[in-house]
Write a protein that binds this ligand. Structure first.
Ligand SMILES: [Fe+2]
Length: 224
């Protein structure tokens, strides 16, 4: 059992991480929507969805930290796959978010080739906003420091995304590439740097490498 102070620290660190990741995805998603020619109202909704996309994880983390000694067992980690559903519930309950935001959050782990979750949706069955979030979320994760690895630079991150390009909507991905090599992207790079200076290689209660492997398995293995 983790000491109460340990749980509190872990939750606080996770909250800080989630905030910094949320801010980055929010900025990326709004800019990408603009690049795709969407109107300001839509871009604003994408900014909100980007900020809130992992909100379900925070509720799960408190539960998970409370019952494991530093690392999570496989069964417990499988619960992490529930975070889009929990996120949808949280946003619905609040009554402050549009269907566009809620659906984008709920489907932000769907892959274009149908290998994602929660519903194994593919191609244009995946809500447009969720396809935008997916692209931004993966990039943001790659360029950020993780407890077990340093961040990748922009070029390496994009190279890695190209290797997994079947996960993304090509039209959105091409717009993302264009945006990433715009001069204006310097502002985003500053944001990335700020986030990475805040937290480097801290001890992590969740082994994210295992988690990533887990989320890439068949959605039918989800225990719920
Ligand atoms: Fe997520």
């Amino acid at each position: 059992m983790v000491e109460a102070a340990g749980i509190e620290r872990a939750v606080k660190e996770d909250l800080e991480d989630a905030l910094s990741h949320g801010i980055l995805v929010s900025n990326l998603a709004a800019r990408l929507a603009r690049k795709l020619g969407e109107d300001e109202a839509f871009c604003h909704e994408m900014a909100r969805a980007g900020m809130m996309h992992d909100v379900g994880k925070l509720r799960l983390c408190e539960y998970l930290y409370g019952r494991s000694a530093g690392t999570l067992g496989i069964e417990e980690m499988k619960y992490m796959r529930l975070h889009p559903k929990l996120g949808r519930e949280i946003l619905r309950e609040s009554g402050e978010y549009s269907d566009l935001v809620i659906e984008s959050v709920y489907h932000h782990h769907e892959n274009y080739n149908g290998s994602g979750y929660p519903d194994n949706l593919r191609e244009d069955k995946i809500p447009y906003g969720a396809r935008i979030l997916r692209t931004c979320d993966v990039f943001a994760a790659l360029v950020s420091n993780r407890p077990y690895r340093a961040s990748f630079d922009k070029d390496t991150a994009i190279k890695m995304m190209i290797e997994e390009v079947r996960h993304f909507d090509m039209k959105i991905f091409l717009a993302f590439l264009e945006m990433a090599y715009d001069e204006a992207f310097a502002e985003i790079e500053e944001l990335i740097q700020e986030g990475n200076e805040k937290r480097v290689f801290a001890d992590a209660p969740i082994q994210e490498e295992e988690l990533i492997k887990l989320v890439q398995t068949d959605a039918s293995e989800c225990p719920v």
